[in-house]
Design a protein around this ligand. Structure first.
Ligand SMILES: Nc1nc2c(ncn2[C@@H]2O[C@H](COP(=O)(O)OP(=O)(O)OP(=O)(O)O)[C@@H](O)[C@H]2O)c(=O)[nH]1
Length: 311
């Protein structure tokens, strides 16, 4: 089948957002796509996989790659994440550098700005749009001062203040990003929102549920691996279809295992029922979710274990 030719002037390509943890990257991706695809959370560094959202417009198709937070490497896991971020940056057509309006430009932001400048020096010519996020949280005067500071931070192709939650300037940002894409036909069929395999989305849903309410203890010590998603054999032709989803949660220490499981397994049951609701919505089927918690000591520093966990 020959693809339908793109209308004259149609643009298509890839964009990704970088920025310190909690800068609002996932929320912005969701606002642009108009539907919840990336998993958001109040805790830093929860976006481990590049979840793509796709903005379909009459004049363009913008594929968003939601990168993990680019941060200072502290462990091997951090270094791998940063390598992943750099690869992604060189492959996209435009980068959105997110800086939250309600936070002073700090060492984390300068670090990212330096990395972007370094990439540019190294011959990566991807344009970078500075996106000042969470505009709803600051008065106009503060925003003005902030924009001036951001301007001096590096060589930006554009600077756009937005509020993903308030819906302010989200369309303007889409226009600006699209303006940096090359002309070409749509890359994905209309209506497609994400091309991540189900396993990745399922793992993110479980991880998100398992982190809920354990503010400080776990974020960097929890890895989730989906062992299998298999249809259960139907006992009678009338019984509704059901999927068996088997998942392993890896923590580093026994004490963390106890946190995840909770007293008498109560917490793990809550995690399971919360994650199951999301997984059923995602897969469009009833789901039996089987969660196992295991201690994988110091997995963040062990390349073999990292490989096994899919990093
Ligand atoms: N008031 C306000 N809050 C926002 C806005 N955008 C994001 N937030 C909040 O900021 C927090 C972090 O947002 P995320 O989208 O998860 O941030 P992120 O940059 O993807 O975070 P990491 O995955 O840790 O890198 C969440 O609590 C959001 O609700 C906004 O436009 N206005």
């Amino acid at each position: 089948m020959t693809p339908t030719p793109a209308p004259a002037g149609f643009r298509s390509g890839f964009a990704c957002f970088v920025g310190r943890p909690n800068a609002g990257k996932s929320t912005l991706t969701n606002a642009l796509v108009g539907q919840k695809v990336a998993i958001t959370s109040g805790r830093p560094q929860t976006t481990r996989h590049a979840v793509r959202g796709i903005v379909h417009r009459a004049d363009a198709q913008l594929v968003l790659v939601d990168t993990p937070g680019l941060h200072r490497p502290r462990t091997l896991l951090g270094e791998r994440l940063n390598a992943l971020v750099k690869d992604t940056l060189s492959e996209v057509d435009v980068v959105g550098f997110c800086l939250p309006a309600d936070q002073k430009v700090g060492p984390g932001d300068r670090f990212i700005a330096e990395q972007l400048t370094e990439l540019a020096r190294g011959g990566v010519s991807t344009p970078v749009v500075a996106v000042v996020t969470k505009a709803d949280l600051v008065p106009k005067q503060r925003m003005l001062e902030h924009l001036l500071t951001v301007e001096q931070l590096g060589g930006w192709a554009d600077i756009v203040p937005v509020s993903a939650l308030g819906g302010y300037q989200v369309d303007t940002l889409a226009d600006v990003l699209v303006g940096h894409l090359p002309e070409g036909p749509a890359l994905y069929p209309d209506g497609e929102l994400t091309d991540e395999p189900d396993e990745v989305m399922v793992a993110e849903l479980v991880r998100e549920a398992a982190l809920e309410g354990v503010r400080d203890e776990l974020p960097h010590s929890l890895a989730v691996v989906v062992d299998e998603i298999v249809p259960r054999e139907q006992t009678s032709p009338d019984s509704p279809p059901m999927l068996d989803v088997r998942v392993h949660l890896f923590v580093e220490r026994d004490s963390q295992k106890a946190i995840v499981i909770g007293k008498g397994g109560a917490r793990l049951r809550d995690v399971g029922s919360q994650a199951r609701r999301g997984i059923e919505a995602l897969l469009g089927s009833r789901v039996y979710l089987d969660l196992h918690v295991k201690v994988a000591k110091d997995w963040q520093r062990d390349p073999k274990q990292l490989g096994r966990l899919g990093f």
